[in-house]
Design a protein around this ligand. Structure first.
Ligand code: NAG
Length: 213
């Protein structure tokens, strides 16, 4: 009983973790951004916002200057930027409010959960901006959807082990078969010898019988 309890604890921990992984949303946060361009000529301070199709605008209050790398921890009041559904992309973009015409587009792109390698994803657009996004929950999706390189190598190791095992088994079978054949052949030979000897003996007996008469 004492031995089972820690194992049970471990199993329930793993179960809880995977269950929380299923139910937790895949929050995308903005880790860093650098803009190379602003589109509004009249206003000195641009209003830059992020928006996914059909969702609310998320204004980035600090991003005002060009060629400055703004870094974020992910706990800012306006974070996270978006929640990603399981194995599906969202069309999102970075925009700048325009007081006269329609808002200017830095870029629009597909934000996909499987693009967060190591939980991070860089989106760069020439002459517009460079940004990094983080989605720690997206890693688990990658792990579930595609075999990670680590799992792949362990799979290869498993295959190699299987091949070796099969090879050894084959050799063993061949050896056992050969040994069996050799034993059978030996027995046959012995039997043949015995038969010949017995025949000789019997013939000898016959001769002896004849001699007694
Ligand atoms: C974009 O930002 C990332 C992270 O800060 C950096 O590693 C990368 O070199 C940048 N790319 C360009 C083209 O500025």
């Amino acid at each position: 009983m004492r031995k089972i309890q820690p194992r049970l604890l471990l199993i329930s921990c793993i179960l809880l973790r995977s269950i929380s992984g299923i139910f937790s949303s895949r929050s995308v946060i903005l880790s860093s951004i650098e803009i190379f361009n602003t589109h509004e000529l009249l206003s000195p301070k641009p209003i830059i916002y992020f928006q996914c199709h059909g969702e609310k605008k998320i204004i980035l209050p600090d991003v005002k200057e060009k060629h400055i790398v703004y870094k974020f921890k992910g706990v800012e009041s306006w974070q996270p930027l978006a929640e990603l559904p399981d194995k599906k992309c969202k069309r999102c973009g970075l925009y700048e409010s325009d007081s006269v015409k329609s808002d200017d587009i830095f870029d629009e792109w597909e934000l996909c959960p499987d693009e967060f390698l190591d939980g991070n994803c860089i989106h760069y657009k020439e002459k517009e901006f460079n940004s990094t996004f983080t989605c720690t929950e997206c890693i688990t999706i990658i792990g579930a959807a595609k075999p990670s390189p680590k799992a792949d190598s362990s799979n290869k190791k498993l295959n190699l082990a299987m091949a070796i095992l099969l090879g050894v088994l084959t050799i063993l079978l061949v050896a056992v078969g050969t040994f069996g054949m050799y034993k059978y052949w030996q027995r046959r030979r012995r039997e043949q010898h015995q038969a010949r000897f017995l025949k000789l003996f019997e013939e000898g007996d016959d001769i002896e019988d004849e001699l007694e008469f």
